[in-house]
Design a protein around this ligand. Structure first.
Ligand code: SF4
Length: 343
């Protein structure tokens, strides 16, 4: 038995043909699951009864259990989800203006131990499958129904490019017109800077948004904040991002968490300008640090944040300042799961 959500449309068409069934039924099945959010073959009323029996004999449609649901004052909604093996992951809905953005996890825990992140604190457990990633999105779609999610970020727990195959497969189904039908430009993969993954993604022929967690513009500090930098240092990382932009003609966003007393003074701003100089298709997204209990990190005061931003702006960097969302509900990645696992 296999979860049918592990299959792309073409794979499902092939399986149906092997059953001696017309392949156009695959599109109907996709529509039931990803558009009508139906997880029961018995309810797929336009499929012949014989096909529904065959589907039941060979496939199942998994679903996740909502262990906890909390809503922030700003509308951000976080779901703690229980997997079939009793592990927990988090998924978030972020409403901003006309957009409803889903933020999904790609791994249980994380190997990369970034200093500012709660997700890596309990280490890595396992990769999520394509079906489990799609399950997150299906649940989030149900939460916003009758509206639809407009955007997706692979920015929850885990490093998406460390689970490349499953993430890419799910992204293709999310992008597919018979799947969630979400435009590639509305799908964003956020990475800590896994260079082989960035280069591989550049060759996929997809217009997916790439966002890179930078957080420091010199190797010493970045390696302290993000141990992954020892393996993939800044010069090579920026070169791989430029290669991504060249190949896809897409802008790459560099996320920069501003942490008091660490990476937020003028010297750091100057290093950042130098690092990105001449990189036209780049953007810096500044994020005041989210206080995570146990990590002892704080955001700089408002004046410093604005000085940092203004300096970048005056030097010609395309810069935005992100408003922290969901602070009252521990919306930073991994925080809720961590709390839940400790209790
Ligand atoms: S920021 Fe991303 S890569 Fe770093 S520990 Fe957290 S989940 Fe892992």
């Amino acid at each position: 038995m296999q979860d049918i959500k592990e299959l792309t449309l073409q794979e499902l068409e092939n399986r149906l043909e092997n059953f001696g069934v017309k392949k156009y039924h695959a599109k109907q099945i996709f529509s039931w699951i990803y558009k009508k959010l139906t997880l029961d073959f018995a309810q797929m009323s336009d499929l012949p009864k014989g096909l529904r029996d065959k589907l039941n004999a060979h496939f199942f449609i998994s679903g996740l259990e909502i262990a906890r649901k909390i809503k922030s004052n700003d509308g951000t909604k976080k779901l703690l989800l229980k997997l079939a093996d009793a592990n927990f992951i988090e998924a978030v809905i972020i409403p901003v203006n006309q957009r409803l953005t889903a933020c999904v996890s790609t791994q249980v825990g994380c190997k990369f131990a970034c200093r500012f992140c709660a997700s890596g604190m309990n280490g890595f457990k396992r990769n999520l499958s394509c079906a489990e990633i799609l399950d997150e999105l299906l649940l989030l779609e149900k939460e916003v129904y009758p509206e639809r999610l407009t955007n997706l970020v692979f920015m929850g727990t885990g490093e998406p490019l460390d689970n490349y195959e499953e993430v890419l497969k799910s992204a293709k189904i999310i992008n597919s017109s018979v799947g969630f039908n979400m435009g590639a430009r509305r799908i964003s993969i956020s990475t800590s800077g896994i260079i082989p993954g960035i280069l591989r993604l550049a060759g996929e022929g997809l217009q997916i948004e790439l966002s890179v967690s930078l957080h420091a513009a010199d190797d010493k500090l970045r390696s302290e904040l993000m141990p992954v930098n020892k393996r993939y240092p800044l010069k090579e990382l920026i070169a791989s991002c430029k290669a991504y932009s060249d190949k896809t003609n897409r802008q790459v966003t560099f996320e920069y968490i501003l942490i008091k007393g660490m990476n937020s003074d003028l010297k750091n701003a100057q290093l950042l300008v130098r690092l990105l100089s001449g990189y036209k298709l780049s953007k810096v997204n500044l994020i005041p640090s989210n206080p995570v209990s146990g990590l002892g990190l704080e955001p700089p005061d408002k004046k410093n944040i604005l000085l940092f931003k203004d300096y970048l702006f005056k030097q010609g960097v395309n810069v935005t300042l992100r408003r922290e969302r969901g602070q009252d509900i521990d919306a930073a990645c991994g925080q809720l799961r961590l709390k839940y696992e400790k209790n």
